[in-house]
Ligand binder design. Structure first.
Ligand code: G
Ligand code: G
Ligand code: MN
Ligand code: NA
Length: 254
C-alpha cells in the first residue's frame, strides 16, 4: 500500500523518466532504433528499475496511467530529437498485456502521434508472447489496426513464452526480439546457438526482422551477424541512458 501511494504520487510529481537504449544494425553499426525503458526517480532512494514497481502497478491498475504516460513521453521525445535536426530512429515502447485488455491502445497511440505531430514510422511497440497466448479477437483487431497505422510491432522476450508459433501467422508482427537468455550463454552452450539459428531462420522465412537482446561481447555480435541476425541491443553498444545522453549518441553518428 505504501508503494502504491508513492507510485500515485510519482506520476503526479513528475518522477517518472524514460531511458533509451540503442539498437544497432550489425552490418553498419548505426543506431536504427531505441528502446524506451521506464525509470522512477524516487526521492531518497535514487533511480528505481521497473521490475521493482511494475508488478505493483499492474496489480493496482496504475499501469494504465503509467503506460499512457510512457507512450506520450516517448512520442514527445522522438519529436524533440527530430526538431533538433537529429537523425531520429524508431522508438520502441513496451506495452503490457493489461493495457491491451483494459485500454484502447490503438486510440492512445493515434492520439499520441497526432498530438506530437510524430510520423508513425518513428514508433514501435513491444509486446510479449503472452499477449497473444490468450489473445481475444479484440487483441487481433487492435494489433492489426496498430500495424495499419504504420507503427511497428515487436515480440519481446521471444522464445521464452508458452504460446504456440501459430500466432505469428495470425497476428501481423514485424520483428522478433531474441531473448537475452539465449544470447547470454550462446558462446558456451551449443543448444543456444541452435535456438538462435532457428529463430533467425524462422524470421527469414516469415519475412520478419530479428534483433538480439543482451549482447555484451564482440564475440557474440560477430557470431550473431554471421548467423544472419540483423540487429542487436545490449551493453556492448550502450546501456539505457537518459534522453540527453542518447541525443549525444545520435549527434555523433550524424
Ligand atoms: O530497464 P530494465 O531492463 O530494468 O527493464 C526491466 C523490465 O521492465 C523489462 O522486461 C522491460 O520490458 C520492462 N519495462 C521497462 N519499461 C517499461 C514500460 O514502460 N512499460 C512496461 N510495461 N514495461 C517496461
Ligand atoms: O524485457 P526487456 O527486453 O524489455 O528488458 C530489457 C532489460 O534488459 C532492461 O532492463 C535493460 O536494462 C536490460 N539489458 C539491456 N541490455 C542488457 C545487456 O546487455 N545485459 C544485461 N544483463 N541486461 C541488459
Ligand atoms: Mn522490451
Ligand atoms: Na527482453
Amino acid at each position: 500500500v505504501a508503494l502504491e501511494a508513492e507510485l500515485r504520487n510519482a506520476i503526479e510529481h513528475d518522477q517518472l523518466e524514460l531511458f533509451y537504449q540503442p539498437q544497432i544494425d550489425l552490418r553498419t553499426n548505426e543506431i536504427v532504433g531505441a528502446e524506451a525503458l521506464l525509470r522512477w526517480n524516487r526521492p531518497d532512494y535514487g533511480v528505481v528499475a521497473p521490475n521493482v514497481f511494475l508488478g505493483t502497478a499492474e496489480e493496482v491498475g496504475l499501469i494504465l496511467p503509467i503506460g499512457e504516460w510512457v507512450i506520450f513521453a516517448a512520442c514527445q521525445q522522438a519529436k524533440k530529437w527530430m526538431d533538433m535536426g537529429l537523425e531520429t530512429p524508431r522508438i520502441a515502447v513496451n506495452i503490457s498485456p493489461t493495457q491491451f485488455r483494459k485500454q484502447n491502445v490503438p486510440q492512445l497511440l493515434k492520439d499520441a502521434l497526432v498530438s506530437c505531430s510524430l510520423p508513425a514510422d518513428k514508433l514501435e511497440i513491444e509486446i510479449t508472447e503472452n499477449i497473444v497466448l490468450h489473445g481475444s479477437d479484440a487483441t487481433v483487431r487492435d494489433l492489426r489496426e496498430i500495424r495499419e497505422m504504420g507503427i511497428a510491432i515487436s515480440i519481446d522476450d521471444f522464445g521464452t513464452g508458452y504460446s504456440s508459433l501459430a500466432y505469428l501467422s495470425r497476428y501481423s508482427v514485424d520483428c522478433l526480439k531474441i531473448d537475452r537468455c539465449f544470447t547470454r550463454d550462446m558462446m558456451t552452450d551449443p543448444n543456444n546457438t541452435v535456438i538462435i539459428k532457428a529463430i533467425v531462420g524462422l524470421g527469414k522465412s516469415l519475412d520478419l526482422s530479428i534483433i538480439a537482446e543482451g549482447v555484451e561481447t564482440r564475440e557474440q555480435a560477430e557470431y550473431l551477424k554471421d548467423a544472419g541476425c540483423e540487429m542487436a541491443q545490449g551493453y556492448l553498444f550502450g546501456k539505457p541512458v537518459p534522453a540527453e545522453d542518447f541525443a549525444r549518441l545520435l549527434e555523433e553518428q550524424s
